[in-house]
Design a protein around this ligand. Structure first.
Ligand SMILES: Nc1nc2c(ncn2[C@@H]2O[C@H](COP(=O)(O)OP(=O)(O)OP(=O)(O)O)[C@@H](O)[C@H]2O)c(=O)[nH]1
Ligand SMILES: [Mg+2]
Length: 418
């Protein structure tokens, strides 16, 4: 058999796979990874070392300066070969990583050369799949690695790292252990059915209750885990012209939304995100609520209500210089009732004399933060109230592990069947 054919005809999981591991785009260096039964042979065929030795002759876990060459020994690029033989590798197979210059033409040439030498292109996630198949990590850890790469907040990064190190896997192992013990107790209860002193039924019941509590506790944190994963969404809601867009611009620290004295200036939802204290915040400006016949404005107002529902925190803005129209006041009351736990009420325009005080005595109004968006007064105070509210919401979420949707629905099924 031809030297390269035996590499290609290996079983699908043994074939040598190759892929660029670093993202495409500008940068100094890129990394190409080979993994498979014949990874070192493939890399050796494409490598030229100054010592004239081959990669096959080198020890495992060593780094070699050299060149990737074509079939006529013409240099393609000057690179570093990182040689790692099984089993102490990411995939559990022989792995060679090539650090080359980050030029897409060069990268493609190196990958083409690997293909000529008997590798094939890796499919999406194939390196991680092999690592799971060869017991280098479990599925939960592989998912955590994906979460780590895509983590949007520092906190979510922290949890993904813990999960790679096995926190959730340990948690699952403990659950498994409890189930196995209960099964053993069930079997023992059949064996010793006549022994009155052995209270298996009571023991199993106590263990089962503990187990259910443990799973329920983790499941309950799931909706709140989104704060950690995706950050929080804070919507500015209120009547027209109260200064929502002005306040929004203050909070995101740029002139993002248009501000005018024309009522109904903001027609659509405007978002702006920022990182703060390791978390991600998305501020959302919305169209002012009022009665209107304008189709576009109506659609904008519907979106404002949808944002109020969707948001983790609502900043409900009151203007001390204008009285709310009756129907708008009703909407304020409705929002205050429905979303009591996530509302911060802000009275804007404290730089001018108070001319109206809407009566919300029928609803329990939370603490009112007084600001002037125009003069940037008390914005720090508002920010600290927002921080407190965020801590309050997050505090209800003491997370053991961050679950993804798959893990969450599997745990729900498990709980149903207990
Ligand atoms: N005096 C004073 N005027 C303000 C303050 N905040 C906003 N304004 C003015 O109020 C008017 C409306 O401000 P916007 O920020 O556009 O109000 P809005 O709530 O976004 O309005 P819509 O988009 O129409 O719903 C503008 O003329 C602002 O300059 C403030 O703190 N003090
Ligand atoms: Mg506006």
């Amino acid at each position: 058999m031809d030297l390269k054919n035996h590499r290609i005809s290996a079983t699908i999981d043994e074939q040598t796979i190759v892929a660029q591991c670093t993202p495409q785009g500008p940068g100094a260096i890129a990394l190409i990874r080979l993994s498979g039964k014949y990874a070192v042979e493939v890399a050796s065929d494409m490598a030229q070392l100054p010592s004239k030795k081959t990669l096959l002759e080198q020890k495992s876990h060593t780094i070699h300066f050299g060149y990737v060459v074509d079939q006529d020994n013409v240099h393609i690029d000057q690179v570093l070969f990182l040689l790692m033989k099984a089993p102490r590798t990411f995939t559990g197979q022989d792995v060679v990583e090539i650090t080359c210059h980050n030029n897409q033409f060069l990268i493609e040439k190196i990958i083409d050369r690997a293909l000529e030498c008997g590798a094939r292109l890796a499919s999406n996630g194939e390196f991680a799949r092999r690592a799971v198949a060869l017991g280098k990590m479990d599925l939960v850890q592989a998912e955590a690695m994906n979460d780590l790469i895509h983590a949007q907040t520092e906190e979510s990064l922290k949890y993904s790292l813990q999960q790679i190190e096995g926190t959730f896997s340990y948690w699952v192992a403990e659950i498994e252990q409890s189930v196995v013990e209960m099964l053993a107790f069930c079997e023992a209860s059949f064996e010793f059915i006549d022994e009155e002193e052995m209270e298996f039924a009571h023991d199993i019941k106590v263990r089962m209750e503990k187990l259910i509590l443990k799973v329920e506790k983790l499941l309950q944190t799931y909706p709140k885990q989104q704060y950690i994963k995706e950050g929080m969404r804070i919507a500015l809601v209120g009547s027209v012209n109260v200064g929502k867009s002005s306040l929004f611009n203050c909070l995101v620290n740029k002139k993002r939304a248009i501000v005018t004295d024309i009522a109904g200036t903001t027609r659509d939802v405007i978002e702006s995100g920022l990182y703060k204290n390791g978390g991600f915040l998305t501020f959302v400006d919305t169209a002012g609520i009022r009665q209107t016949q304008d189709q576009i404005e109506k659609e904008g107002i519907d979106r404002s209500f949808a944002e109020a529902q969707h948001a983790d925190i609502i900043i409900l803005v009151i203007d001390r210089t204008q009285q709310l129209a009756l129907e708008v006041k009703k909407e304020y009351q409705h929002i205050l009732h429905k979303y009591a736990d996530k509302i911060i009420v802000v009275e804007n325009k404290i730089d001018v004399k108070k001319s109206y005080a809407d009566d919300f005595s029928d609803v329990q109004l939370p603490q009112v933060v007084q600001v002037s968006a125009k003069q940037h007064s008390n914005i720090d105070l508002l920010q600290s109230v927002i921080d407190e509210k965020m801590q309050e919401l997050k505090g209800a979420c003491k997370v053991t592990c961050l679950l993804n949707k798959r893990q969450y629905s599997l745990l729900c099924t498990f709980l149903e069947q207990l």
